[in-house]
Design a protein around this ligand. Structure first.
Ligand SMILES: CC(C)(COP(=O)(O)OP(=O)(O)OC[C@H]1O[C@@H](n2cnc3c(N)ncnc32)[C@H](O)[C@@H]1OP(=O)(O)O)[C@@H](O)C(=O)NCCC(=O)NCCS
Length: 175
């Protein structure tokens, strides 16, 4: 649907449930996404339904990241909580299997979704947050042009401790 060099983005569908469940309850990965609270398959089914409703309402777009040559599931990336009046959106990404980290998938998926936001949704600003213990994600965000605009100190309880969340934004006119 949106083809890159290593990966493509396709809209999140019901049939992605098993792919999501395979890696979703891995604490190593979930630590970076709000902490490890395991989800049942039914809860994930409801999450997909909720994502699809948001897409129907045009308030969010959820994509599955696939390997471009094998169509293997790699993760998900989203533009969410779109504010059409202000042309601003949130963003989230997860490459599910740690063995797929640091192979360039995340950078390419984010660049494709940012381009989609600028070129097709006519957004002008995208924001996200990242935990202080996630330098890999922060590095990728900075590489793509995100800049920090604020810190919420000790806001989130993850893995036994409270951690800071760093809020970052990117503007279309600065690209
Ligand atoms: C964060 C994430 C999306 C990045 O995607 P990715 O495919 O692993 O990243 P890429 O391979 O595109 O790029 C990784 C870069 O980070 C660099 N990096 C790795 N560890 C790093 C560290 N500790 N500090 C700084 N940079 C680091 C790599 O060298 C690489 O740099 P390069 O592009 O110059 O070669 C992915 O790792 C992921 O989903 N992690 C788990 C969930 C998560 O953290 N989601 C984001 C929540 S805010």
């Amino acid at each position: 649907m949106i083809d890159g060099k290593k990966i493509r983005l396709v809209l999140l569908e019901d049939h992605h449930l098993d792919d999501i469940m395979r890696g979703w309850n891995n604490p190593v990965m979930r630590k970076f996404l709000g902490g490890f609270i395991p989800n049942t398959k039914e809860a994930e089914r409801e999450w997909i339904q909720s994502a699809q409703l948001q897409m129907k309402n045009r308030s969010s777009y959820y994509f599955v990241i696939e390997d471009v040559s094998t169509s293997r599931f790699i993760g998900t990336v989203s533009l969410n909580a779109i504010d059409w009046l202000s042309k601003s959106s949130g963003m989230g990404i997860a490459i599910h299997d740690p063995q797929d980290w640091e192979k360039g998938y995340g950078t390419e998926a984010m660049q494709l979704v940012i381009d989609f936001g600028w070129q097709h949704l006519n957004l002008r600003r995208i924001e996200l947050s990242v935990y202080s213990f996630n330098p890999r994600a922060r590095y990728v965000y900075e590489k793509l042009g995100f800049k920090e605009w604020g810190v919420a100190h000790k806001k989130f309880f993850v893995d036994g401790e409270y951690h800071d969340a760093h809020y970052m934004e990117i503007f279309r006119e600065n690209e």
